[in-house]
Design a protein around this ligand. Structure first.
Ligand code: ATP
Ligand code: MG
Length: 332
């Protein structure tokens, strides 16, 4: 079976609809066809400053949500990154074959460091995509389900795999991004030009999976829409309403064309009201299942420890090969 790997940062209490529609629903779907490795990337989550008293809780919340969304511990290996030290070890080696200028071209670093003030941005934020490449390459992943914002990082992962292979001998599978266009960039409800983001969207711009459905309904009601009153899909001309249609279509399974036909002659308010209901129906069972996992943290930690053990057995093999090729001593 082909391998799949992906990760998500525990940078908020809840995941949002962009995370789910752009990435997580593909994680769930790919467990059927792939040997699946998924990771709560807590090492990545400390690159932009964090609070130690909340990080572990957020990692558990992340795992609980992932199981609640349908990751099956029998079919997928879900683990927390900090429990598998090989990630940092391989990242160092890959960092040594990455050009400084090459890393400097990553647009996520430019955006995030600018927001923090470039003098204050950490070196970890700069080397983040190299750690991400290590995450992926350790598992010899063929496919990496992510949103559009990760395309450039995936390109770097491919380049580093190829470069290492040609410098030191064939070691890594060259991974392909798995980006499903329709929902690859869910936008901020208040700013249809920006992607919905855990760390940079305003609360009003983001629909969290774990928030009260009444709160989501309110945000959908006040979502920025476009001039005119016609409900049509036009990502450039009407980005606000098109984003709502994208979310509606993906959550309900109805095609955009079907929705546009159904709302012919109706107003933005009707669409928003119905979308809020679709969101409520979607999140309610997920919230219940998430709480069930959180109510038994010992069991949750046990599932994660088992995942880390399985992940480590793969990661250690890959790291051993990479060390050998580079000319290091084997681990003792
Ligand atoms: P942060 O703001 O802390 O970077 P994030 O919301 O970007 O958080 P990540 O943990 O960085 O979330 O990314 C997890 C996955 O969700 C990635 O595959 C990413 O591409 C995807 N993703 C994030 N935001 C969106 C979005 N708005 N639309 C589609 N996919 C998204
Ligand atoms: Mg992100």
């Amino acid at each position: 079976r082909p391998r799949v790997f992906s990760g998500i940062q525990p940078t908020a209490d809840s995941f949002h609809l962009g995370n789910y529609l752009g990435a997580l629903r593909h994680w769930v779907a790919l467990q059927d066809s792939h040997d699946a490795y998924y990771c709560v990337v807590d090492l990545h989550a400390i690159t932009a400053g964090h609070d130690p008293s909340v990080l572990k809780r957020r990692s558990r919340l992340a795992a609980a949500q992932l199981f609640a969304l349908g990751l099956d511990p029998e079919r997928s290996t879900l683990f927390v990154q900090s429990q598998v030290p090989e990630h940092s070890q391989l990242a160092w080696v890959l960092g040594c074959i990455t050009g400084f200028g090459e890393a400097g071209r990553m647009t996520q670093f430019k955006d995030k460091s600018q927001k923090q003030g470039s003098e204050r941005a950490s070196v970890g934020l700069f080397t983040y995509p190299i750690l991400q490449a290590a995450d992926i390459l350790l598992y010899q992943a063929n496919a990496v389900p992510v949103g559009e914002d990760q395309r450039q990082h995936l390109e770097l992962s491919r380049d580093l795999a190829q470069r290492f292979n040609s410098l030191f001998g064939r070691t890594f599978t060259v991974p392909s991004p798995h980006i499903v266009k329709d929902t690859a960039k869910i936008t901020d409800l208040q700013d249809p030009a920006a992607k919905m983001s855990k760390s940079s969207s305003s609360p009003a711009g983001i629909i969290d999976l774990l928030e009260e459905p009444a709160r989501s309904a309110k945000k959908i009601r006040s979502a920025v829409t476009d001039t005119g009153r016609e409900i049509v899909f036009d990502a450039e001309g009407k980005p606000g309403i098109s984003n709502l249609l994208t979310i509606y279509s993906a959550l309900s399974g109805r095609s955009i064309d079907d929705l546009v036909a159904a709302y012919d002659g109706k107003g933005y308010g009707d669409l928003k009201k119905d979308l809020a209901e679709v969101v409520r129906e979607f999140v309610t069972p997920i919230q219940e299942r998430t709480n069930a996992y959180l109510n038994d943290p010992a069991q949750l930690d046990k599932l994660l420890a088992r995942g880390a053990e399985k992940a480590r057995s793969v990661a250690a093999g890959t790291l051993r090969d990479a060390y050998e090729r580079v000319g290091f001593f084997p681990p003792v």
